[in-house]
Write a protein that binds this ligand. Structure first.
Ligand SMILES: [Zn+2]
Ligand SMILES: [Zn+2]
Length: 381
C-alpha cells in the first residue's frame, strides 16, 4: 500500500467524470477482473480490489470531494476501519458493498457463504393439506390457512422507528465481520455487536421492537398438480417467513395427504377395485358397469372368467405427478355366492347339480322356519 495509484487513473476516467461515467468505468473493470473469470490470477484480483476501492471513494460525493482536495490522505480514518483510507478487507466486502452492480452481470446473489454484512433469510414453514382421491387424480386448488411472519407495516421491515434509520455498526464499520489476529492467524468472525448485520438500530420500531416483522395469518390458494400421493410435498418458494430486518422470505412446504376412497385402492399410479358377478355371469360371460375415478365405463367379462381374475384397463388409473404418465385400473372379478335363494333359484340349482353329477345337501328348512318350529313346540303354561 506504499504507493497508491490515483483513483481516476485506476478507473480510467477524467477528474470531471460524471457519476454515471464512473459507474460505467467501474463496471467494465470489475467485469474484466472479476475473480470468477480469473481464477487463481492474483494480479486480476488485485486490480479488482483496486477498482472497487477507487469506485467506493469516487461514487460517494463526500469522499470524492475530500479525495479531490487532499488526495489519499483526505480519506485516512474516514471509513472507520483503520489505515490507508477506504480499503476492503477481502473480496466479500466488495461483493457486499457493490453486490447490486454485480447482480446484473453475474445473475445476482451469488455470494452466500462468504460472510459480510447481509440480511438473513426467513425460516421455511410447514403446512399440510388433505385432498380426496378424485382431486388427486385431476389436480385441484386448495385454500390453506397459515401463520407466518410478514414485513412490519410500521417500519417497512427496517426495524427502525420511522424517521430514524439503522446506523452503520461502528464496531465492524458495517462489514458485519471482524478480523481477529491470533498469533500468526487472522480469523474472520461475525461481528458480535451487530451479529453480522453491519448496522445497528438505535431507535427500535414501536411495533416490531426492531425485528422488522410482525405476525400474520393468511389464506393461501395452493395449486395441487394431478397425481399427488401421500407423503409428497409441494414447495412454494418465497411463501415462508420474512427474514429479520427485511431479509428475504423462506419457503413454504406443503405436505399432501390423500384420503382413502370407498371403492378404489391406490398403489402409485395404479388403481384397484373389485366387481361382483354371479356364478352364471362368470360362466356365460357378461358386460357390467364399473365406476371410474371420473364417471363410469362398461367392462366386458368374457365367458369362463375365474374368481379373482384381474382385468386391466390401461390408462384408467392416475397420472404420475412428475411425468404425467397415467397408470391402469385393475378390476378384480369377484364371484359372489348368494347366501339365500328363492325357491325357483333353488330348484334350478338342484337341476344343475344333478346335471353336473355333484352331490349336494338335501333340502333343508330355513333357519326362520326352524325358529318358528321351536316356538311352536315350546310348552305353554
Ligand atoms: Zn417494525
Ligand atoms: Zn458490526
Amino acid at each position: 500500500m506504499a504507493t497508491k495509484r490515483d483513483f481516476y487513473e485506476v478507473l480510467g476516467v477524467s477528474k470531471s467524470a460524471t457519476a454515471e461515467e464512473i459507474k460505467k468505468a467501474y463496471k467494465k473493470l470489475a467485469l474484466k477482473h472479476h475473480p470468477d473469470r480469473n481464477r487463481g490470477d492474483d494480479e486480476a484480483i488485485e486490480r479488482f480490489k483496486e477498482a472497487a476501492e477507487a469506485y467506493e471513494v469516487l461514487s460517494d460525493p463526500d469522499k470524492r470531494g475530500r479525495y479531490d482536495r487532499f488526495g489519499h490522505d483526505g480519506l485516512r480514518g474516514a471509513a472507520g476501519r483503520g489505515g490507508g483510507g477506504a480499503g476492503f478487507h477481502d473480496l466479500n466486502d466488495i461483493f457486499e458493498s457493490f453486490g447490486d452492480i454485480f447482480g446484473d452481470m453475474f445473475g445476482g446473489g451469488r455470494r452466500g457463504g462468504g460472510g459480510g454484512a447481509r440480511t438473513s433469510r426467513g425460516a421455511d414453514i410447514q403446512a399440510s393439506v388433505t385432498i380426496d382421491l378424485v382431486a388427486a387424480a385431476t389436480g385441484c386448488e386448495e385454500t390453506i390457512r397459515i401463520s407466518r411472519k410478514k414485513t412490519c407495516n410500521h417500519c417497512n421491515g427496517s426495524g427502525a422507528e420511522p424517521g430514524t434509520t439503522p446506523e452503520v455498526c461502528d464496531y465492524c464499520g458495517g462489514a458485519g465481520q471482524v478480523v481477529q489476529a491470533q498469533g500468526f492467524f487472522r480469523i474472520q468472525t461475525t461481528c458480535p455487536a451487530c451479529r453480522g448485520q453491519g448496522k445497528v438500530i438505535r431507535h427500535k420500531c414501536n411495533t416490531c421492537y426492531g425485528s422488522g416483522r410482525e405476525d400474520e395469518s393468511i389464506e393461501l390458494t395452493v395449486k395441487i398438480p394431478a397425481g399427488m400421493d401421500n407423503g409428497m410435498q409441494l414447495c412454494l418458494r418465497g411463501e415462508g417467513e420474512v427474514g429479520l430486518q427485511g431479509g428475504p422470505r423462506g419457503d413454504l412446504y406443503v405436505d399432501v395427504k390423500v384420503k382413502d376412497h370407498a371403492i378404489f385402492q391406490r398403489e402409485g399410479n395404479h388403481l384397484f377395485c373389485r366387481v361382483p358377478i354371479s356364478y352364471s355371469q362368470a360362466v356365460l360371460g357378461t358386460t357390467v358397469e364399473i365406476p371410474l375415478i371420473q364417471g363410469k365405463d362398461r367392462l366386458e367379462i368374457p365367458p369362463g372368467t375365474q374368481p379373482g381374475e384381474v382385468i386391466r384397463l390401461r390408462g384408467k388409473g392416475l397420472p404420475d405427478a412428475r411425468n404425467g404418465h397415467v397408470g391402469d385400473l385393475h378390476v378384480e372379478v369377484q364371484v359372489v355366492v348368494p347366501r339365500k335363494v328363492s325357491d325357483e333359484h333353488d330348484a334350478l340349482l338342484r337341476k344343475l347339480a344333478k346335471h353336473e353329477e355333484a352331490e349336494v345337501h338335501p333340502h333343508r328348512k330355513s333357519w326362520l322356519d326352524k325358529l318358528t318350529d321351536f316356538f311352536k313346540s315350546e310348552p305353554e303354561n
